[in-house]
Design a protein around this ligand. Sequence first.
Ligand SMILES: [Zn+2]
Ligand SMILES: [Zn+2]
Length: 233
Amino acid sequence: MFLRSTEQDNNSCEVLKIIIKRLVVGQLDTNCYIVGDKDEKRVGIIDPGGEYNKILNVIQDNNYEVTHIIITHGHIDHILCVDELRKKTFAKVLIHRKDSSALVDGGKNLSFFMGKDIRLSPADIQLEEGDVIDIGKHSFRIIHTPGHSEGGICVYTQGILFSGDTLFRNSIGRTDFPGGSHVKLIDSIKKKLFALDDKTVVYPGHGEETTIENEKNNNPYIINEIGKGDYSG
Ligand SMILES: [Zn+2]
Ligand SMILES: [Zn+2]
């Protein structure tokens, strides 16, 4: 599917006046999210992992001002268009401290292993657990969730969670890349994400959205703690 908008028509997003658009980009079908303030038309881009023009078209068609580019972790399928978008929009680039070197290291961002060795510019801001990013009148809180990578984060606002490659619908992120840890991933999900309200809507880095409640009840990787997650990036 070329472009899927998940701008919500449901009551909560209407009341919150929040923009949530999902664009599926790149070879690994990464979810790039455009999130922000409906009134002020200020947005952040989460994980611009490919297809620069597709992302830019949505920004320009809606007259959005991009203030932040937030990276859930440093794998190439989540960062590929960061530099192009930064140059075009002058937005600040944010990534957790422990994944920040992946931007400038083709080995750490895994592009080297795909024969490309892609190196981007360093981040503007290195994130830590509990940091808060304000986009328009909405505040987005950083939850550090190591496991898929050392500096993996989830981004939380008002009953909505962007979970990167930490948690998918009925699955979890792979832990066999450098810096991965199955024990840490399960720990991150159980202690930090399952502490959120059951009704929290989860927008993952790949695949369809879910809820914390659904994952508590149905995610076999967490219920049974079996050891092999999904997605190649
Ligand atoms: Zn990844
Ligand atoms: Zn990924």
